[in-house]
Design a binder for this molecule. Structure first.
Ligand SMILES: Cc1cc2nc3c(=O)[nH]c(=O)nc-3n(C[C@H](O)[C@H](O)[C@H](O)COP(=O)(O)OP(=O)(O)OC[C@H]3O[C@@H](n4cnc5c(N)ncnc54)[C@H](O)[C@@H]3O)c2cc1C
Length: 426
């Protein structure tokens, strides 16, 4: 027998199955959903940001959890390899802002179709609607173990399906994803399987996720997007994040690209206590320049109410909130504004204060932070150090990255390695 079982028909599972089959193995892929790539379908707002056309060092710089573990994976199968892989399967790609790579068609379905076509060409047996219940493992005989703390203490013989049926294999690749967007099939069952087989699973956090705020005024600005702002997040006096870009107000707080990136840097610490978020609404202007700008606007509209005199400074829905924070009535006349009031307004414009109380939950998180501990996985082969002949790929492991195609590149690279390993004696 020369048989590989892959659990999970997402990005990592499909890729691992392709490479195991190209490597001459008889591959069966089990997917609990009725179709492959349900999460892949919704990536990049349906356009699938398939990778980031950047060198491995830059890919690694965008990884939040355990970048060192991904070193071999990113060098063995880099973004250019990934692009060549899909181009060879007939998917034409394009590179957009920030080196983000998308199918030219803007349809994630092209990526899924290409993978599915290749799986069928390679005669991979695809079992849809087939949830795997658990791994079928067996303890290794004690006398074979020199140091059970460091060596595998079990071997994987195959899988057990939900109807109790056992399927034997020479090796099993676990690619069941994390727990974010559970409607796509990410239900954490793979993490429980790994745990039951002796793996440590680190604590799970929603990441690349909107943040909740204590202040209700920003809930009322729901839907308002701010471009070119700078966000700083502090835990007491310690600065944890600073970034420039676009954000959005939501019905419970803040979101948008800048906030999602920020969330990945802070979620672990945020669970313990609220944090302070400051929005610099005018990052290109120093406080002095901003003061001059306000003075100019006021002098040009001396007899208008402040709310109207400063209309050009901020989006119409935001100005009243900023004035309220600066304790200035929008109905006051421009010439009545004192220097202290003006300086207070400058202070608020440079650092609108918000209190972050938590994150949205896994249902809205683009990625799971945490997963199967990478300390127990060989980074050059993706083989488990605890269970012989068990391999891991993709989001089920404790690895995650920022937005920009980096998370899918983690799935492709780790799956390439896991798929490419040869069968060893069981
Ligand atoms: C809304 C959204 C947008 C995203 N956009 C991007 C993007 O544009 N670019 C990017 O790089 N990343 C993006 N991501 C992240 C990216 O989707 C993930 O990193 C990637 O899908 C992880 O691949 P995976 O194969 O490890 O897991 P998944 O894609 O989650 O696949 C796991 C599969 O395993 C199956 N499964 C689970 N348990 C079992 C079981 N017991 N038996 C059988 N099957 C099982 C699941 O049904 C699922 O199909 C996005 C994520 C979300 C939620």
């Amino acid at each position: 027998m020369n048989k590989t079982i892959v659990i999970g028909g997402g990005a990592a599972g499909m890729m691992a199955a392709v490479f195991a089959a190209r490597n001459g193995q008889e591959v069966t892929l089990y997917e609990q959903n009725e179709k492959l790539g349900k999460k892949l379908f919704i990536t990049g707002k349906g356009r699938c940001n398939v990778t980031n056309d950047a060198p491995p060092e830059e890919l690694l710089a965008n990884v939040i959890s355990n970048p060192k573990f991904l070193y071999s994976a990113f060098y063995d199968f880099n973004a250019q390899d990934c692009m060549a892989f899909f181009e060879q399967l007939g998917v034409r790609l394009k590179v957009e802002r920030g080196n983000r790579v998308f199918p030219q068609s803007d349809h994630s379905s092209d990526i899924i179709r290409a993978l599915e076509y290749e799986l069928r060409r390679l005669s991979v047996k695809i079992c849809l609607g087939s949830p795997v219940k658990t791994l079928w493992t067996e303890d290794l005989p004690n006398q074979e173990l020199i140091n059970p703390k460091k060596e595998p203490t079990k071997k994987c013989l195959g899988i057990i399906l939900s109807d109790g049926k056992k399927e034997k294999a020479d090796r099993v690749i676990l690619a069941t994803g994390g727990v974010s967007y559970p409607l796509t099939g990410a239900n954490g069952s793979g993490l429980s399987m790994a745990q039951a087989a002796g793996h440590k699973v680190t604590e799970l956090y929603p990441a690349l996720v909107p943040l909740k705020t204590q202040e209700t005024w920003c809930h009322e600005l729901m839907g308002l997007a701010l471009k070119n702002v700078e966000v700083t997040i502090c835990n007491g006096k310690k600065k944890l994040y600073q970034g420039f870009g676009e954000m959005l107000f939501t019905h419970y707080g803040v979101s948008g690209p800048l906030i999602l990136s920020a969330s990945s840097q802070i979620v672990k610490k945020l669970q313990k206590q609220p944090m302070q978020l400051y929005i610099d609404l005018k990052p290109a202007l120093s406080p002095e320049q901003l003061d001059k700008r306000i003075l100019r606007d006021l002098s040009e509209n001396l007899h208008k109410q402040i709310g109207n005199a400063l209309a050009g400074l901020l989006p119409a829905r935001l100005l009243p909130e900023v004035l309220a924070l600066a304790e200035i009535s929008p109905y006051e006349k421009g010439d009545a504004l004192t220097r202290e009031q003006r300086l207070k307004m400058v202070q608020i414009l440079k650092a609108v204060p918000l209190t972050i109380t938590g994150t949205a939950d896994f249902k809205e998180a683009i990625i799971t932070q945490g997963g199967i501990s990478v300390k127990e996985i060989n980074p050059s082969t993706m083989e488990s150090k605890r269970v012989k002949n068990l391999y891991l790929a993709g989001e089920c492991m404790d690895v995650d990255a920022l937005t920009g195609g980096f998370n899918l590149q983690i799935a492709w690279s780790t799956a390439y390695i896991a798929g490419n390993q040869n069968i060893t004696e069981v």
